[in-house]
Design a protein around this ligand. Sequence first.
Ligand code: 5AD
Ligand code: SF4
Length: 447
Amino acid sequence: MRFILHTYGCQMNVRDSEAASALLKAAGHERVENEADADLIVVNTCSVRGKAEDKALGKLGLLCATKRERPNRIVGVMGCMAQRLGDTLFTQIPLLDFAVGTRRSGAIPRLVSRVLFGETNISEISSADEIPDVPDAHTEHGFSAFVTILLGCNRRCAYCIVPDVRGPEFSRPAREVIAEVTALAQQGVREVTLLGQSVMNYGITNGVWSDSDPASPNGFTEPFARLLEAVAQIPGIIRVRFTSGHPSGCTEQLVRAVSLFPAICHHLHLPVQSGSDQVLTAMRRGYLRSDYLSAVKRLRAVMPDFALTTDVIVGFPGETVEDFEATRTLMDEADFDNAFIFKYSPRPGTPAAAWTDDVTETEKMRRNQVLLADQDRRGEAANQRLVGTIQEVLVEGPSLRNASRWAGRSPGNKIVVFDPAPSVLPGTLARVRIVRAAPQTLYGELV
Ligand code: 5AD
Ligand code: SF4
């Protein structure tokens, strides 16, 4: 069948969609670009905020409505919302054919076959704690690929649905990760992003290195630092990123590993959520403001160019104006390069859902706007400081806006636009001197 996948949510979902797509192709289905051409549509969903689920439910409703004209169309759902709502989705959307949970996406081709043989409303939702079968990464995005190394999450942040829908932590064996990255490099991938909810927890909850694995040449004993060391040296891999971070993972070994290997980018997405100790404690984040700021200091003491991005929630239950102002000052002190701001959304079954959602929608909106305006100023200043520097850019090819110029990304993950030259090929590193900065983009010339 001709199929299309729609992906909502995080990079983990992007990665799962790529794997699902590879499995469907292996089963003889053909991927198409336009939804109108597709006989099979799978929506990969997110549950992190109410709005994310509403969007996916709306999309699924519309897709199933098209089955009146196209009765042979198959519509399925995967990802976090499928895991959370399971069979109840069939009551809400009776024409939905299948739902598959977060640790069972390998089942998709089989579910499609069953639908083709006449079944509908079928589900395959695991208990969220089973050991998953992780299909290999398969990139359709050229030089860059995501590789999930740590599934699930063992933190119990009071607001967060993720541990319920993605289960407890499970770290893939290092050998398996290294084999996957090596295979990707052989297919032409040059940049990998290692994924996990708290990615530096890799190897903490279950063993990942075995006695037969080679010892770390640089004496790394922490499983994640050791993995970074191994991945950074795989032939063909010129860039390594990892996300998301937690301040407790910014250890001496982590800092040393990142600074030691040129392939590892000096950039981390390190969600802070709030700058107020009272709110951080209520959120059960496991750190205080000072812990977060000292993690930032540890990174930047060794790597002054270290770029940081973050997530912040505004309007968490009990967040006062003073708490909010503390978030503003923290964001200035941490000097984030970019920040994603979210309005608190109560999620069923989480501890915080039982607390009064006492910040009004208008006030959440105001706090959201204030932080966005602060960040615009800060991000622009951060970009201005890069004018005159030379950035090592992973060349992607013609820029989306203006195909006569080319674009790539800096180690800090900023888009850099420059005039192409015959000697500069996509998928290689180019040195670009930055001559001008806009809030979202840097402009430069090849050196
Ligand atoms: N409400 C609002 N934002 C949330 N996030 C997670 N849970 C919630 C929630 N209940 C945000 C956090 C997280 C990002 C992926 O989504 O900032 O880092
Ligand atoms: Fe990703 Fe969390 Fe959304 Fe699931 S709920 S897709 S883990 S952001």
